[in-house]
Write a protein that binds this ligand. Structure first.
Ligand code: ZN
Length: 383
């Protein structure tokens, strides 16, 4: 452990090096589903560290393995992940700007900061020849955000899930976060097909897909469910409807999301939506209303006194970071859903994530990385 203390001491002086790495990672656009270039860049850096045990899996994740050289029988396997995709599409180039205090650019925080911390961890492990009792698998994942629906993490859990004893998920903003809860989620595409269409004046009165979709959304948003401030929320996006100014729209679609910390409330909201849809199906017997589910994730809670969170919070307290136990939706959803203890931590302080106006506080990165490195070392050596 003395060796690790010595390494940790030196991290504070590495701020500029960390910021340079952060900027080079954030400069490569990697919207969900188009992460290949960034994954290749990360692989090139890992090759430069002379780490050999790497592969790209079927989903496009970059996997790095550090098998334990210890002969002990009770070896465990710890998985550490950081997602490489960003929530928005920045186009050909990510514009990065900075001043004395902050760096501005899409993805600078979420999750270029997590990727920077994990890459720097690999560098320190290799340079200092650190060896652990337990096996270590590291994954730079793809398609964590939005409609990517954690595709990369699902692949890792499919390939290695049975041998993994714990997961550390290195996320972006909010140093001090300790996520032990998955927010339950129901994400669908809702499609109304009114079948007939017609002339807006001559055929007035025939079912109009745009209007029916709007009515479903209106009825749902007016249910008591949300006025009572139960812990359930909803969101509507990408409403699209066919038709022109003088034709009755035949088809209309939207993305529909319901979330809750509580499975009962999630099911209640889902049932309410189903009842509203049935009402319109009855009212307009010739139309079709279809639901395509893109994600259905149950709410999960791990006890805050589980050792994975206790180890994490002990490290944070040592660094004068105030622990903040919370819930979230991250790659950690997938491992927690099958009962693998998982902790998600933040690497930096940043704002406006998931937008083009994202920015990060420069001085937060070194302390964030220190925390990530210490949490990783503590969990791998004492789990
Ligand atoms: Zn993220």
């Amino acid at each position: 452990m003395k060796k690790i203390d010595y390494i940790i001491d030196k991290i504070s002086k590495q701020q500029q090096k960390l910021l340079n790495l952060l900027i080079s990672i954030a400069s490569i656009p990697s919207p969900t589903g188009r992460e290949r270039k960034k994954i290749q860049f990360i692989k090139k850096i890992i090759d430069e560290y002379e780490v050999r045990n790497t592969l790209i899996d079927n989903a496009g994740n970059l996997i790095v393995k550090f098998p334990s050289k210890s002969k002990g029988k009770s070896k465990k396997t710890i998985l550490i992940v950081a997602h490489t995709d960003t929530a928005c599409d920045p186009g050909e180039k990510v514009k990065i700007k900075q001043d004395d205090k902050y760096i501005y650019g899409h993805g600078i925080c979420d999750n270029s900061s997590g990727v920077t911390a994990l890459l720097s961890t690999i560098e320190l492990i290799k340079k200092n020849n650190l060896e652990f009792e337990n096996n270590l698998i590291i994954g730079f994942t793809v398609s964590e955000e939005g409609l990517g629906a954690k595709k990369g993490m699902k692949q890792i859990i499919k390939d290695y899930g049975k041998q993994i004893d714990a997961v550390i998920n290195v996320e972006s903003h909010n140093i001090g976060r300790v996520t032990n809860q998955v927010i339950g989620q129901y994400r669908i595409k809702l499609s109304v097909n009114a079948k007939t269409g017609g002339h807006s004046f001559r055929d007035f009165g025939k079912p109009n897909a745009n209007i029916i979709l709007a009515q479903i959304i209106s009825d749902f948003s007016n249910t008591k469910l949300f006025q009572e401030k139960e812990k359930a929320t909803f969101n509507i996006a990408q409403m699209k409807g066919e038709g022109s100014i003088n034709t009755i729209s035949k088809t209309a679609t939207c993305l529909f999301e319901i979330r809750s910390d509580d499975n009962k409330n999630l099911q209640k909201a889902k049932k309410t939506l189903g009842m509203i849809i049935s009402k319109y199906k009855k009212q307009f017997s010739d139309i079709s209303i279809e639901i395509n589910v893109s994600a259905e994730i149950p709410a999960v809670v791990f006890p805050a006194n589980h050792k994975i969170y206790q180890i994490t919070m002990d490290v944070q307290k040592k660094l004068d970071i105030v622990p903040n136990i919370n819930s979230g939706n991250t790659d950690g959803d997938i491992s927690m859903a099958i009962g693998i203890p998982t902790v998600t931590i933040g690497t930096s302080n940043g704002w406006n994530t998931h937008s083009m106006n994202e920015y990060l506080e420069k001085k937060s990165l070194a302390i964030g990385f220190k925390q990530v490195f210490m949490v990783i070392c503590s969990i791998i050596s004492s789990y």
